[in-house]
Design a protein around this ligand. Structure first.
Ligand code: ADP
Ligand code: ZN
Ligand code: ZN
Length: 742
């Protein structure tokens, strides 16, 4: 296309936060210092019939459009870019690497309010909390003041501080009621918690004396703080990784630099925050999904302006600007929650490494069960391995043991030998932890008379029975129906639950151990705010004998008095069609096992299985995770699977099955023409779950042993896809380095 000089002078080339790959040209606002406008500033631009926030990418002197065709920028929102030049470089890299529109990548780097164009100042919002008397007073006192009663109930349900926006969300007219409650002394103003203040000196702890392996790890990183490098800290649960992080962080702080610590959502427990506050005298910023948008924005700005030196955050905190970047730590680096699974699908681990490279600072990855990708990078000498082979202090590692349950009678999934072990443990007043990765009562409701099965009408999935709520729920689209008593097909009273869920195991445990206290931890039981914290406290204080739960249990928590861990059903993960499944299963087993015997008492781990000879299980049990990972890597190499090759998954879905299939077939056809680099193209095939939430889903997989050829293909292919009419009638997305082929 011919480019015409823009007659009126410079043109702003901007990225708009819309799912379109191209950039857009605008005239700068009148009487604006165009020369000094730096890339990265936020702008408000007319777009379509409305306005949008855009990010300045470049000031150019040529546009393919004549100046009188260009619209003018409405407002300039920042005088200085909020991101550094290196971080802007990072966003450009991410946009190219993930083949995702630059405007959306930019948007992902900002907190919600800034993304919407709000001014970049700290947001103050009043927050309110229950007073001690407000926590204990009898609600009946307020029967004549229903508005106040309702408000107080909301405070009690949330068991925490509520911000103005949260109160507004709970109903209108809360202000007069709140005022009354404050006058009565039941509610008070709470201080804002953008950042955690350090604890007073008397509550602080001193640095622990490191064991030799820990010391070696600390030294290895601290010697190289002035440059880029990636370290993989592999250490069994309880080996003192967090201690290593904290000692390195201390050195970085002494150098006057900032540290970004990324964690999977669930490990961001008050326990960890507490440990950091006990150790450091600097304020700590937090950023995770339990905070309000405003709190996250304040944390973001506190780091950007250098007011805070440590940020503890989840995946979305990755792009937080650092005034004096010193170190990036990513704990539990194998965790799949570091991969964003929608929209801008990026791996926080991989982007963190690139960010470290651009900022020229070290990146420290830690895990008890490192991902195969990271171990592969150690082998190819891109990452340096640091190992902590033993548990710190006096704790010993748990012993794993397979329990063959073939032909053994089971009571709701519990075998006799396992029950005997549970009894023995309880007799010693120690805690038992049972793991089952399926919530609800049972995954299937089937008719014994005619074989009818309760299915979701919108997904290719069975409805899960939830007895407590008397519901049938689809775990994929969220649809719910009342639990029925009679078969809708043959009308007989012959419906029965098939399979196991945590609710069902909880029920049998209550029958078998009537005088024991049983805690169930899953998404259902911890839905209300504060519930998880309460349960964790209950467990920590020894007021729980048996803990039963889903993967929520596998991560991060410390249960010092648990000495028996049992995984009720390891088999369900053994024969998946996704090649990532065995890695995930092995990680999950080791992580759950890591909950056992963290203190002085030794722990045991029992895996119930019908496949006791399965190589994955025997390798893991007899030789440990590292050996398993080596075997698994050898298999991946044999099959030319990642990390020995690179993949991109193109997904498409629509309300009918014709269009997405036709779309992907067309894409395949075009891709074959463009494919000069021997990329293999597999499909289109229907997704493993072919229908979800009423939409038919298909996918096309691209694989190449070299990255450049694969990416070059997509550089050429995407403009073609955007030009296809069919691409507008389906929902399509690209997933680079997919970790979940579903
Ligand atoms: P990880 O992060 O690997 O699970 P932590 O750092 O949480 O391990 O350490 C586990 C426990 O061991 C913690 O209670 C910690 O205080 C303690 N610990 C860590 N390092 C040492 C050490 N060198 N000596 C004694 N105790 C230690
Ligand atoms: Zn029937
Ligand atoms: Zn459904």
């Amino acid at each position: 296309m011919a480019e015409f000089p823009a007659e009126n002078g410079p043109v702003f080339r901007v990225a708009v936060a819309v799912p379109i790959y191209r950039l857009f040209d605008y005239l700068p606002p009148q009487s604006f210092e165009t020369e000094s406008s730096q890339p990265g500033i936020r702008l408000e631009v007319p777009f379509g019939k409305g306005k949008k926030i855009a990010f300045l990418v470049d000031v150019v002197w040529k546009s393919e459009f004549a100046a009188d065709k260009l619209k003018r920028v409405l407002r300039v929102l920042d005088l200085q870019p909020l991101l550094s030049a290196n971080d802007i470089r990072l966003l450009h890299w991410a946009s190219r690497y993930y083949h995702h529109p630059l405007g959306e990548v930019f948007a992902a780097a900002f907190p919600v309010a800034l993304r919407q164009g709000k001014p970049a100042g700290p947001i103050t919002e009043k927050r309110y909390a229950l007073t001690e008397s407000g926590k204990t007073m009898a609600l009946q006192q307020l029967t004549r003041a229903p508005a106040q009663q309702k408000l107080l109930e909301i405070f009690r349900e949330h068991q925490s501080i509520l911000a103005e926006t949260e109160l507004s969300a709970a109903g209108k007219n809360w202000r007069p009621a709140l005022k009354q409650l404050m006058t009565k002394g039941w509610v008070c103003l709470a201080s804002p918690v953008t950042t955690l203040a350090p604890l007073p000196a008397s509550n602080r702890d001193d640095t622990i004396q490191c064991n030799p392996e820990q010391q070696a790890a600390v030294t290895a990183v601290c010697e190289k703080l002035d440059r880029f490098g990636v370290f993989l800290l592999e250490g069994v649960t309880g080996s003192g990784k967090t201690e290593v992080y904290m000692q390195i962080i201390r050195t970085v702080l002494e150098r006057g630099q900032q540290v970004l610590v990324l964690l999977p959502e669930i490990t961001l427990t008050p326990q960890l925050e507490e440990r950091f506050r006990r150790r450091f005298v600097v304020p700590i910023a937090l950023s995770h999904s339990k905070l309000t948008d405003k709190e996250r924005q304040n944390a973001w700005l506190a780091m950007q302006q250098g007011e805070c030196s440590i940020l503890l955050g989840t995946r979305s905190a990755l792009f937080t600007p650092l005034q004096k970047p010193g170190l990036i730590i990513l704990d539990e680096e194998h965790d799949s929650s570091f991969k964003q699974q929608e929209g801008f699908r990026f791996s926080a681990r991989d982007v963190a490494v690139v960010r470290g490279k651009l900022l020229n600072i070290p990146v420290l990855l830690g895990s008890a069960t490192p991902s195969l990708e990271s171990l592969y990078n150690v082998r190819s000498e891109r990452y340096r391995l640091l190992q902590l082979p033993n548990r710190a202090g006096n704790a010993v590692e748990p012993v794993l043991q397979l329990l063959d349950i073939r032909n053994k009678p089971l009571q709701e999934g519990l075998s006799e030998p396992l029950l005997a072990e549970i009894n023995k443990t309880l007799l010693k007043n120690e805690q038992v932890l049972l793991f089952l990765n399926r919530r609800g009562f049972a995954p299937t409701l089937i008719c014994h008379g005619c074989g009818w099965v309760a299915r979701c009408t919108r997904c290719d999935a069975n409805l899960v029975i939830h007895v407590r709520e008397q519901k049938l729920c689809c775990h994929h689209c969220g649809r719910e129906r009342p639990l029925i008593k009679h078969c809708p097909s043959c009308c007989q009273d012959a419906l029965m639950p098939l399979g196991l869920g945590t609710e069902r195991v909880e029920k049998i445990l209550e029958e078998l151990f009537p005088d024991k206290s049983i805690v169930r931890l899953d998404r259902d039981s911890t839905r209300s705010k504060g519930a998880l914290e309460d349960y964790l406290q209950q467990i920590g204080q020894g007021r729980a004998d048996i803990i039963l739960g889903t993967q929520m249990l596998a991560k991060g928590h410390h249960f010092p008095n648990v000495t028996l861990v049992a995984i009720l059903d390891v088999d369900s993960g053994l024969y998946s069609i996704d090649f990532h499944a065995s890695e995930k299963l092995a990680q999950m087993i080791v992580q759950v096992a890591g909950r056992a015997g963290r203190a002085e008492k030794p722990g045991r781990v029992i895996l119930q299985t019908r496949h006791p000879e399965h190589a994955l299980l025997t390798t893991l049990v007899d030789q440990g995770y590292h050996r398993f990972a080596e075997t698994a890597l050898a298999e991946r190499r044999e099959a030319s699977l990642p990390p020995y090759s690179y993949q991109v998954l193109l997904r498409a879905e629509a309300a009918d099955s014709v269009r997405p299939l036709k779309f992907l077939k067309t894409v395949r056809h075009v891709a074959e023409q463009l494919n000069t680099g021997q990329t293999s193209i597999m499909g289109p095939v229907s997704a493993p779950m072919a229908r979800r939430a009423g939409r038919f889903r298909f996918q096309l997989l691209f694989q190449n042993n070299g990255r450049p050829a694969l990416h070059a293909l997509f550089d050429a292919l995407i403009p073609e896809i955007e030009r296809m009419k069919l691409s507008k009638s389906v929902r399509w997305s690209l997933d680079v380095d997919p970790v979940d082929l579903y």
